[in-house]
Design a protein around this ligand. Structure first.
Ligand SMILES: [Mg+2]
Length: 279
């Protein structure tokens, strides 16, 4: 991990609030989208894009030696669009084109349309498998680029995830870093009630992967896990305990916000709350 010039935690916290505000504005404007799953991942995305982790070039999104990022939980893409926009991959003017016909900011990430998107995702589980393929290919090509995947905990119910992880372990893909946004909820309710994915840590360890469980809203824990994982000669999985809807009181842990549009009153209240953490 590039440890040079990493902003302080206060600055990162403000950035994560800015991203959350962008997401709320985008979803309120188009009257469609997934705020809850975006908010649980805000600190992870902020750390990667603004914490000196991802080696990317906004002025050359297809740079051959860039690190790759795959948003396997593709429905959280307004958050990724906000990060890419604020890193300069495209202009703020595009913010309100989310989910519009022919726009570059579709309801799920599109690697053909959008600068900075490395994988087209949406079908759950597929993004993680694509990340494994990318990491394998990069190693085969003897490139030093790394691959970062952000997956939802609901995605762990997909068989393709475990097929891909077997490959990642077999080929010792130490250039692969998988974050699990463990917000305990999915579209259909509590993840543990929908299917028996737990215990996650023991499953990853049984697959011979390096695994650490952290608070996914704590920047220090995110960076510490990344630092420790760098010494490992195998794939890394970081289980991030998070809160769905984190950052706005009426959204937190209310699963109806998986996909829901705020009323005007809710929008103004949410923006006010995020403004306070943005100072
Ligand atoms: Mg979830």
């Amino acid at each position: 991990m590039n440890t040079n010039g990493i902003p302080c935690v206060d600055t990162l916290r403000k950035t994560s609030s800015l991203l959350r505000k962008d997401v709320l504005e985008m979803i309120y404007d188009v009257k469609d989208g997934h705020p809850g799953p975006a908010y649980s991942a805000a600190e992870i995305i902020t750390a990667l894009y603004f914490g000196g982790v991802l080696n990317v070039r906004p002025d050359n999104p297809a740079w051959e030696y860039r690190d790759r990022f795959v948003l396997s939980k593709g429905h959280a893409c307004p958050l990724l669009y906000a990060a890419l926009m604020r890193r300069g991959f495209f202009s703020e003017k595009e913010k309100y084109s989310l989910r519009k016909i022919n726009s570059r900011l579709q309801g799920h990430p599109d690697m053909v349309k959008t600068p900075g998107i490395d994988a087209t995702t949406g079908p759950l589980g597929n993004g993680l498998a694509m990340g494994v393929g990318m990491a394998w290919a990069l190693k085969h090509q003897k490139k030093k680029s790394r691959v970062f995947v952000l997956a939802g905990d609901g995605e762990m119910q997909e068989g393709i995830v475990w097929e891909a992880l077997q490959v990642a372990a077999k080929y010792s893909l130490d250039n692969l870093y998988i974050f699990i946004d463990h917000n305990k909820r999915q579209s259909g309710g509590q993840v543990s009630e929908v299917s028996g994915i737990l215990p996650l840590m023991e499953k990853f360890e049984a697959f011979r992967l390096w695994c650490r469980e952290i608070d996914g809203h704590d920047f220090s824990e995110i960076f510490s896990a990344l630092r420790d994982s760098e010494a490992e000669e195998r794939p890394s999985v970081i289980i991030c305990n998070t809160v769905k809807g984190k950052g706005i009181d009426y959204m937190e842990d209310d699963n109806s916000w998986h996909k829901r549009v705020p009323t005007e009153e809710e929008f103004l209240s949410g923006m006010r709350q995020l403004e306070e953490t943005d100072q």
